[in-house]
Design a protein around this ligand. Structure first.
Ligand code: GDP
Length: 195
């Protein structure tokens, strides 16, 4: 699949602000700093579509991007950010849950984890959520350039084990820096949308 058109459509914090549930959606989740914005920019071939962590004023919102007028990529707010208060963390959970449990057009949530580290307790919790809602099955291991090709399989098996993945679940190593692996992910997205 080639993404020819990608535009921000809506920024929401609650369901009545979501766009109409008229086209399929694929959401992306991960802890903050995992490389989600960099990946979304790479997928859509736009330098600044999603705000990277470096940008000031990055807010906790659900961002809906309209892709090729065919489907939406939904950027869920990053979790595990140390500098936010407990009450904000709780608000985050409610915001994400409201979206995951009530969105009829949501096909799948791509879970991002850093290839270098075993998934955190929050990553595991997030993946459990996804499993509960039947939205699991695709994990992206980000920053793949940070490990050697020898280490890669070992890192992936730690990710598989920690998230308790089954054999059919996919772990796709991607490097936004080196622009590798994203075509595999785009193919997966295409299959989801067309199935
Ligand atoms: P977000 O908070 O999940 O949206 O993460 P960002 O996309 O803002 O990335 C967080 C940091 O990781 C930034 O300093 C990026 O430059 C860096 N980063 C993101 N993707 C990669 C990657 O594929 N390789 C490397 N080496 N660094 C990356």
């Amino acid at each position: 699949m080639i993404i020819k058109k990608a535009d921000i459509e809506t920024i929401a914090v609650k369901p009545n602000q979501y766009p109409n549930a008229d086209i399929p959606e694929i959401a992306f989740a991960g802890r903050s700093n995992v490389g989600k914005s960099s990946l979304l920019n790479l997928l859509t071939n736009r330098r600044n579509l999603a705000r990277t962590s470096g940008s000031p004023g990055k807010t906790r919102t659900i961002n809906f991007y309209r892709i090729n007028d065919q489907f939406r990529i939904v950027d869920l707010p990053g979790y595990g950010y140390a500098k936010i208060s407990r009450s904000q963390t709780e608000g985050w959970g409610e915001m994400i849950e409201a979206y995951l449990e009530g969105r009829s057009t949501l096909l799948k949530v791509v879970q991002l984890v850093d290839i270098r580290h075993a998934p955190s307790a929050q990553d595991v919790q997030m993946y459990e959520y996804l499993r509960h809602y039947g939205l699991d099955g695709i994990v992206v291991a980000t920053k793949a350039d940070k490990v050697s090709s020898n280490e890669r399989q070992k890192c992936i098996s730690i990710i598989r084990k920690t998230l308790k993945l089954s054999a059919e679940d996919k772990v796709i190593p991607v490097s936004a820096l080196k622009k590798t692996g994203y075509e595999v992910l785009l193919d997966e997205l295409e299959q989801l949308i067309e199935s």
